[in-house]
Design a protein around this ligand. Structure first.
Ligand SMILES: [Zn+2]
Length: 378
């Protein structure tokens, strides 16, 4: 890793090409991909490191006709009338509006490597399809669809290394898909939450509490009608009641399902016990409840949106960092959030970024292999 921003600028602009700084090692299980830029398959090698694909910023800039300018605090990258600044010493990426998003860079064979996603902040869209070895940056000038692009270059896309680029994760959920989940609703602000999801054409899965459904029945109907995922979160949300016994837990889920059915006509087999399944939802609980056909879902990204209500930045940065880590293992994020007013503030920003990074939003269904803290696949 480099220490001095000056070194970076020197290597960039004087093209010394003699710096041999070691990069963080790429994950052994994943291969480099050739980067597609609009309708062209370039010779740029995108290297996977900790969940992101990195490319030499110089080569990428040459392909996309960007201008690089060395400044005292970093490097300005300009594309047309848009520009961002890559701050020295891994200080992140400063956007035009002053926001700083986390972004690492490193030197490899004298080249400054930056995440491909830097292009998303300059107005480009990025597609990644691990199973097709497709990593493509495009703007409005691209004529080919991703499908056509894959067809055109299919012989060249596959890495020469024998190992496939997309090992499956251990939870059966893979690819650039993301699962948004909201607990504890519906609430007085579910309408606004659904409006935001609609705006971004995003679907989510709602783990709802029976009495809240009774209080906001029209919200439940809208969730069902909007093809969002449906899940049960019990009736009391009180630890000593829900976890009093396996039968108590089962009775709460059954009652919750009955409320859902009464209001919307729909039922579900997806459950998330209050506070998540660990440590209380032990084997005796799971045996009792899951043998009744329920599927247990926890999460692998905790937004802690209940804890940091007033700190959108903290929630945003933490979620993005967890999501990016999972992407390294090709494991789809299942994000825990809450149907509450405070979450409305950070949600648009998260959805905006997810869209830019090429994620699609799927709902949890009974056909997916359940993701939970006990690895209980029932
Ligand atoms: Zn809850």
């Amino acid at each position: 890793m480099f220490k001095k921003g000056l070194l970076v600028i020197m290597s960039l602009f004087l093209c010394l090409g003699v710096l041999q700084t070691t990069a963080s090692a790429a994950g052994a299980g994943s291969s480099s991909l050739k980067l597609g830029v609009n309708d062209k398959l370039t010779e740029i090698e995108a290297v996977p490191v900790k969940g992101s694909y990195y490319v030499p910023v110089r080569a990428l800039s040459a392909e996309l006709k960007w201008t690089l300018t060395g400044l005292t605090d970093g490097i300005a990258v300009a594309a047309g009338n848009k520009s961002v600044r890559l701050l020295n010493n891994n200080g992140g990426l400063k956007l035009q509006d002053g926001t700083i998003v986390p972004m690492d860079s490193f030197l490899k064979n004298g080249n400054l490597m930056v995440p491909v996603k830097i292009s998303s902040y300059l107005g480009y869209s990025i597609t990644f399809q691990g199973d097709k070895y497709l990593l493509r940056v495009r703007d409005g000038s691209a004529a080919m669809s991703d499908e056509a692009f894959v067809k055109q270059y299919q012989d060249k896309l596959k890495p020469q290394a024998a190992s496939p680029a997309a090992p499956s994760g251990n939870n059966g959920v893979k690819g650039r898909t993301l699962y948004l989940t909201f607990d504890d609703g519906p609430s007085a602000t579910t309408v606004q939450l659904l409006d935001i999801l609609d705006k971004y054409e995003a679907k989510a899965t709602f783990f709802m509490i029976g009495p809240n459904m009774n209080r906001y029945p029209s919200q439940v109907k809208r969730i069902v009608k909007g093809d969002h995922g449906l899940g049960l979160h019990g009736m009391t949300h009180v630890k000593d009641k829900f976890y009093a016994s396996p039968s108590a837990a089962l009775a709460e889920m059954n009652s919750d399902n009955a409320v859902l059915k009464k209001i919307s006509g729909a039922e579900t087999t997806l459950i998330r016990p209050p506070y998540g399944s660990k440590p209380y939802f032990t084997k005796s609980f799971r045996d009792k409840v899951l043998t009744q056909g329920y599927h247990l879902w926890d999460w692998n990204v905790d937004s802690e949106d209940w804890r940091y209500k007033e700190n959108s930045d903290k929630i945003y940065n933490s979620v993005m960092s967890q999501v990016n880590k999972l992407q390294a293992s090709k494991i789809s994020p299942v994000i825990l959030m809450h149907d509450q007013k405070a979450t409305l503030k950070v949600l648009p920003r998260l959805l905006e970024t997810f869209k830019k990074e090429g994620y699609s939003f799927a709902v949890i269904t009974k056909d997916l292999k359940p993701l939970n803290f006990w690895n209980d696949e029932r």
